[in-house]
Design a binder for this molecule. Structure first.
Ligand SMILES: Nc1ncnc2c1ncn2[C@@H]1O[C@H](COP(=O)(O)OP(=O)(O)OP(=O)(O)O)[C@@H](O)[C@H]1O
Ligand SMILES: [Mg+2]
Length: 255
């Protein structure tokens, strides 16, 4: 549910070319505060590349991106983090040799609300980390090294580290990719709790059950272009989506 009309993210005519391939091909995309947007589309549609452009990991070829009205085109990822953007990755990322608790603390120490590095970590940051791990259901493995924790926990940890930055917008790339149906249910609950707090979320996801349950708005990409931008429950009956995304037979099993 959109809680106000502050524009958090605005992309205009965004293009990314890799040689002759336009991986992202003229995308206009606006996100208001409190919106929860699910981005779908077949493999290779350009979804991750689009996130990489927004989050500064890859330079844009053309177009402009604004965060809270400020032009952030070409801005480095760490600066975007300090400006209020956080993201998670399609492949699990984390500091494997450090504990779950330390990973979350690192995000606080060097992120948006930086306390000046780990050595200067404040007691209140540690308390916040403990509270967040408890809320996300990672408190029982807080002391474990990240290298040994299960995939669901790794995915939750990426969300926890992002949240330690108190972001204005959180981008999640396939948050439930590779999870079992019960694990997906658990992640749906986590996302709905973030949504109930009014967080602005944009996530990429192939699992349609997750996308349609969590998102207020669905955006479908194909060959670098947006082919659908609207209500999630309109996806199943959309002709273009049916044709290019899942074949002419409609959403079928993927729903
Ligand atoms: N660094 C790169 N160099 C060249 N081509 C790239 C690069 N990164 C992505 N591509 C190509 O851009 C296209 C879009 O890739 P992208 O990873 O954005 O797709 P995606 O929609 O996230 O797919 P998936 O659902 O499989 O994760 C693909 O054809 C991919 O091979
Ligand atoms: Mg991807």
């Amino acid at each position: 549910m959109v809680t106000d009309t502050t524009t958090i993210l605005e992309c205009r005519g965004v293009v990314k070319r890799f040689g002759a391939l336009a991986a992202v091909d003229g995308v206009d995309f606006t996100v208001q505060r409190g919106e929860v947007v699910g981005v779908g589309g077949p493999n290779g549609a350009g979804k991750t590349t689009f996130f990489d452009l927004i989050s500064g990991l890859t330079p844009t070829t053309e177009g402009a991106i604004k965060l809270l009205g400020q032009d952030i085109t070409g801005t480095a990822p760490h600066k975007l983090c300090h400006l209020g953007m956080a993201r998670t990755f399609q492949l699990n990322s984390g500091f494997d040799h450090m504990s779950v608790f330390e990973n979350v603390l690192v995000a606080r120490a060097f992120g948006r609300r930086s306390s000046g590095g780990l050595v200067l970590t404040k007691q209140q940051d540690k308390e916040m980390a403990r509270a967040l791990l408890s809320e996300i259901g990672l408190d029982d493995i807080a002391a474990e090294k990240v290298a040994g924790i299960p995939i669901l926990a790794r995915k939750k940890l990426m969300v926890a580290t992002a949240l330690m930055n108190e972001p204005e917008i959180l981008l999640l790339d396939e948050p439930v990719g590779g999870l079992t149906p019960p694990e997906i249910d658990e992640f749906i609950d986590l996302m709905l709790s973030l949504k109930s707090r009014g967080m602005t979320l944009v996530f990429i996801e192939h699992v349609m059950r997750f996308l349609t349950t969590v998102a207020d708005r669905a955006v479908m990409m194909h060959q670098g272009k947006v082919i659908y931008d609207g209500a999630p429950d309109g996806l199943a009956s959309d002709k273009t989506v049916s044709e290019v995304y899942l074949g002419s037979s409609g959403l079928g099993d993927a729903a």
